[in-house]
Design a protein around this ligand. Sequence first.
Ligand SMILES: [Zn+2]
Ligand SMILES: [Zn+2]
Ligand SMILES: [Zn+2]
Length: 187
Amino acid sequence: MKYKTDEVRLQQNEESRKRYHWYKDHHICVKCGQAEAVPNRTKCDVCLEKDRNLHRENWNNVRDVRNIYAKNRRVRNKNKGMCAKCGAKPLWGNSTSMCYDCMIVQRNATRRWREPRELKWREAGLCVRCGGERKPGFMVCRKCYDILYKQLDYARTCISEETILRKKEWVSLHYFNKPLRYRECRP
Ligand SMILES: [Zn+2]
Ligand SMILES: [Zn+2]
Ligand SMILES: [Zn+2]
């Protein structure tokens, strides 16, 4: 029985192989056997498009599943009090998602794509954070200015005074284009 089906299958394979080559040699779509094949391809326009859609759909599904897995893993890690990214080390300081090492890696990665952009905006006289119109006398726009101040306010609630001061100085120089003077900077 097994032998029989094997034989049939081999025969079918052979037939479909022959058909494939016949269509190919005659420049007919090997999939539908109806339309003319696109030059240098074995399929017609319609079948190629169908293939592309199928591929796209499959790829989207794969991506969705991957995203869900990754998200679940991150949540699991966080619930255990471990770094959401690597899952191997505990959360750092007051970080809600990452260990110290992963935070540094992430920060460097962000910096790499952020810096060229910032440079361009800096030269063009635009907000160095978003490319918008600058708040007069500052390196950033009104909106970014508010965001930065909010961040500093939040920082005050969870980091040491010294760290805040360093951060403030950096922000002041980097974004506001002037050294830090206390109080006066507040909006
Ligand atoms: Zn076709
Ligand atoms: Zn980590
Ligand atoms: Zn901005």
